[in-house]
Design a protein around this ligand. Structure first.
Ligand code: BES
Ligand code: MN
Ligand code: ZN
Length: 484
């Protein structure tokens, strides 16, 4: 990733960075306090000659005399002025990065609004997944956000620092999700979590033996088909000076979902390395949590295991018992995420948090309902639902609520055990049924579930990131935790 930091107006005249500006479709160039009226009109005229209109994500490059010499200037459109909020600027910055990354070494970005979104767009778009092959090195090394006075310099510095923190967490989540499934065993994810120990963070790894002692039969059922041992990982962040608030974030960490004995067809299996994206988000957040320094005590829990059809795999018809004593009849071993999460949620409940948020690539049905750009949000507490939805809106990671209509519980009444892991009613409200199943394990505590099966992993390039892992919902979590 490139380096993004603030720059004072005075030092701008001394650098030979290329410049970058943002423009609205109907209101011209924005935030150019650094330039004289003559310079502005020359720049505008040059961009007009290039046919640049300022449409969202449109870019252009012109050479104009500015700030004492001929400068290369990049322009990026944010679309219509009225609709241009943080996401427009983030996307415009992503497009700017894409246009300039091979051609400029350093950018001085003249931008007086949405500075955090701009910094995020630049950083997130410069991410590359390079664990197995190095791409061509980008020419672009750094971007500086130019501030016109001391007050805006302080604001820009803060925006850059916040954006860098978010980008670091997102990059780790993306790396883990993009990684090949055999290279991210549950034990290796646990070992990674252990590296976050110190500065307010403690980590406990619950291995197979310990999980047996604790009665995590639901999670262990899923793990039985794999030669690789599972790990339930429990990280705790405690703020300096303590806190009365305590929350838990819980992630599904299926390091590969073959479907188990209810085997997936080859075409549905191809992207199933992404099935630990919920856990990856929790890990990403914990990498930076001491620097985020939320006011609440935060428990980060993830249930990591493969779902494989090995010789001792759990079978349709098996009955599992979760940590809270509930018995579960397995009708489909491909509905494994909710089984792994059941025990992770029970562990969260034991910490007596005032709020639990889980995230999971849980159902194909949520992709049918909401596509790849909107996550499903469900929960049992209006206040927490509103809080997390507001955080998602601030992060521009869209969510849409699916109601946990109790009528659908009828479909998961067990024949020989208390609850089924899939609905008897075929094709009925798959994402809600999964949500209702999870609700059985939160013991009535305020809880929200994010179904990120569509949003965590994209088959095409995004507006500020390559195809593959998106890093969602890391920025939503950071927003939420930061607001507590
Ligand atoms: N990991 C999948 C859900 C998924 C689908 C994630 C597409 C990402 C993209 C989950 O474990 C699963 O297999 N769900 C089943 C549930 C069904 C058996 C009730 C599904 O959605 O088909
Ligand atoms: Mn599955
Ligand atoms: Zn799964």
């Amino acid at each position: 990733m490139i380096d993004v930091a603030p720059l004072t107006l005075k030092s701008l005249t001394e650098t030979d960075s290329d410049l970058a500006v943002f423009a609205a479709e109907d209101a011209g160039l924005a935030g150019l306090k650094a330039l004289s009226a003559k310079e502005k009109s020359d720049l505008r005229a040059a961009l007009e000659r290039e046919g640049f209109k300022g449409k969202l994500r449109e870019t252009a490059r012109v050479d104009v005399p500015l700030l004492g010499r001929t400068r290369r200037v990049w322009a990026a459109g944010v679309g219509k002025r009225k609709g241009a909020g943080s996401e427009s600027f983030r996307r415009a910055a992503g497009a700017l990065l894409g246009a300039a990354r091979g051609k400029s070494a350093a950018l001085a970005v003249l931008c007086a609004e949405q500075t955090q979104a701009v910094a995020e767009g630049l950083l997130l778009a410069s991410y590359k997944y390079e664990e197995y092959k190095k791409g061509d090195a980008d020419k672009l090394q750094s971007a500086r956000l130019v501030a016109s006075d001391a007050a805006s310099a302080a604001a820009a510095a803060k925006a850059c620092a916040k954006a860098a923190l978010a980008a670091e967490a997102v990059a780790l989540a993306r790396d883990l999700v993009n990684r090949g499934p055999s290279d991210k065993t549950p034990l290796s994810l646990a070992a990674l979590a252990e590296t976050f120990k110190g500065s307010g963070v403690t980590v406990t790894v619950i291995d197979k033996k310990k999980a047996e002692e604790l009665g995590m039969g639901s999670f262990l059922g899923v793990a039985r088909g794999s030669a690789q041992p599972p790990a339930m990982v429990h990280m705790i962040y405690k703020p300096k000076g303590g806190s009365k608030k305590r929350v838990a974030i819980v992630g599904k960490g299926i390091t590969f979902d073959s479907g188990g004995l209810s085997l997936k067809p080859a075409a549905s299996m191809i992207d199933m390395k992404c099935d630990m994206a919920g856990a990856a988000a929790v890990i990403g957040v914990f990498k930076v949590i001491a620097r985020l320094a939320p006011k609440a005590e935060v428990h980060g829990i993830f249930a990591a295991t493969y779902n494989m059809p090995g010789a001792d795999a759990y079978k349709p018809g098996d009955v599992l018992k979760a940590m809270n004593g509930k018995t579960i009849e397995v009708w489909n071993t491909d509905a494994e995420g909710r089984l792994a999460l059941a025990d992770a949620l029970c562990l969260a409940v034991q910490q007596e948090p005032q709020a639990i948020v889980d995230m999971a690539t849980l159902t194909g049905a949520v992709v049918v309902a909401l596509g790849s750009k909107v996550a499903g949000i469900m929960g049992n507490d209006r206040r927490l639902l509103a809080q997390v939805s507001a955080a998602a809106a601030r992060a521009d990671e869209p969510v849409c609520e699916l109601p946990l209509v109790e009528d659908y519980k009828e479909g998961i009444k067990g024949d020989i055990a208390e609850i089924l892991n899939i609905s008897k009613v075929k094709g009925e409200a798959g994402s809600i049924v999964a949500g209702l199943f999870l609700q059985e394990f939160v013991d009535g505590r305020p809880w929200v579930h994010l179904d990120i099966a569509g949003t965590a992993f994209w088959s095409g390039e995004g507006p500020y990131g390559p195809k593959g892992a998106t890093g969602q919902p890391v920025r939503t979590l950071l927003e939420w935790l930061g607001s507590l």
